[in-house]
Design a protein around this ligand. Structure first.
Ligand SMILES: NC(=O)c1ccc[n+]([C@@H]2O[C@H](COP(=O)([O-])OP(=O)(O)OC[C@H]3O[C@@H](n4cnc5c(N)ncnc54)[C@H](O)[C@@H]3O)[C@@H](O)[C@H]2O)c1
Length: 346
């Protein structure tokens, strides 16, 4: 195993982008905000590269990953390709001695995730999976309130992410095609929520799922519901859908001493903490504190955390092992849905 090489503070962190589509924009904006230098872009589509090169003012573009990795002086890459290409790009970047920020889900299989984790560990490079919800300011506050013990014992967690592809008549190719995506909304949106469930309430030891394809012509599911049981004994549920209207992201955590509710529906992101004064036995006189935060800062904060980790200033917020566990829970949920039975994970 090679010792990790951190980037000293006297020069910018130099990164490359592999896959220059939609989510890559959030990475580029995050790196620019963090003062990192974007050295080159890769995409298999030359038209995408030409457009992005102008838009992001990055001169060097490549249609082969190996050409980017051969550039001298690179420190790290973001892997923003469709899911099926995460593993080969990550393993090649690690072999070239580069830190990796990999989009979610980390991989299509646990064997691929293991190979990615091993490659990064052996090369002494960092692997961060972009479960950016861990960097959402309200989620950080929820995590801190739970960790302080103020919510008491966690009893129930309800996590939802749903949308309609901004009204598109069909699901984008890379997401509706099983060989590229590996799954539908349960893997795509659900992997974020499985990770968030663990981040807020600890390991999940049983899943019971149903998935369905109800609206779109797609090889994968567009609607999913999963019942969870945590190792702590708490219960929970995850709902994901491409069949909603508009964008919905909401997280609820009940504890024996309070409730946290986060929503982005119909307004700015807001978190409410509801609790009772000791001895209050009414239905409606609970105390509530509400915080609002600006929308859309999660990715920038996740990328900033990656840059800080590359400088040795902090650990990555979400490791390869965390990304693997999110995929393990999603794959177990598919098995549950296919068999009609709950799946034990421990
Ligand atoms: N963290 C999040 O919230 C979030 C949000 C959206 C997408 N994603 C993830 O990001 C990834 C990309 O999604 P997107 O919406 O940007 O898709 P996209 O289709 O807009 O972009 C993917 C790009 O990768 C290119 N590409 C395909 N194969 C490649 C390869 N082998 N090498 C280099 N480039 C290749 C495509 O030409 C395309 O331009 C997916 O894994 C997706 O799950 C994450």
């Amino acid at each position: 195993m090679t010792p990790t090489r951190f980037v000293p503070p006297d020069r910018p962190v130099r990164v490359g982008i592999i896959g220059s589509g939609n989510i890559a924009r959030n990475h580029v904006e995050g790196y620019q905000a963090a003062g990192a230098e974007i050295v080159g872009l890769v995409d298999i589509d030359a038209a995408v590269l030409a457009r992005r090169s102008l838009e992001w003012r990055v001169e060097r573009t490549f249609t082969e990953v190996g050409e980017l990795l051969a550039l001298p002086g690179l420190d790290a890459v973001s892997v923003c390709t469709p899911n099926a290409a995460h593993a080969p790009a990550t393993i090649a970047a690690a072999a070239a001695g580069l830190h990796v920020l990999c989009e979610k889900p980390i991989s299509l299989s646990l064997a691929e995730a293991d190979a990615m984790i091993d490659a990064c560990r052996d090369a002494g490079v960092l692997l961060q999976v972009d479960h950016h919800l861990r960097s959402n300011p309200s989620v950080e506050r929820m995590h801190a309130i739970i960790a302080s013990g103020e919510l008491g014992r966690i009893t129930f967690v309800r996590l939802r992410q749903a949308h309609d592809w901004a009204g598109l008549p069909e699901v984008p190719f890379g997401f509706r095609t099983a060989a590229l995506a590996g799954g539908g909304t349960l893997l795509d949106n659900g992997c974020h929520l499985f990770d968030l469930a663990r981040f807020l309430a600890g390991d999940v030891d049983e899943v019971f799922a149903r998935v369905a394809t109800l609206k779109f012509e797609a090889e994968v599911e567009d609607t999913a519901a999963v019942s969870l049981r945590f190792g702590s004994g708490a219960l929970g549920s995850i709902e994901t859908a491409w069949t909603s209207t508009g964008w919905d992201q909401s997280f609820l955590v009940d504890g024996t001493a309070g409730t946290l509710e986060y929503t982005e529906r119909g307004g700015p992101p807001r978190l409410r903490h509801t609790r009772r004064e000791p001895g209050d036995l009414t239905w409606d006189s609970t105390i509530a504190t509400t915080w609002t935060t600006p929308a859309g800062t999660d990715h920038t904060r996740a990328v900033a955390a990656f840059v800080a980790a590359i400088r040795g200033e902090r650990p990555v917020p979400c490791t390869g092992e965390d990304g693997r566990e999110a995929v393990r829970l999603a794959l177990a949920s598919y098995t549950s849905s296919a068999s009609g039975a709950p799946i034990r994970l421990s």
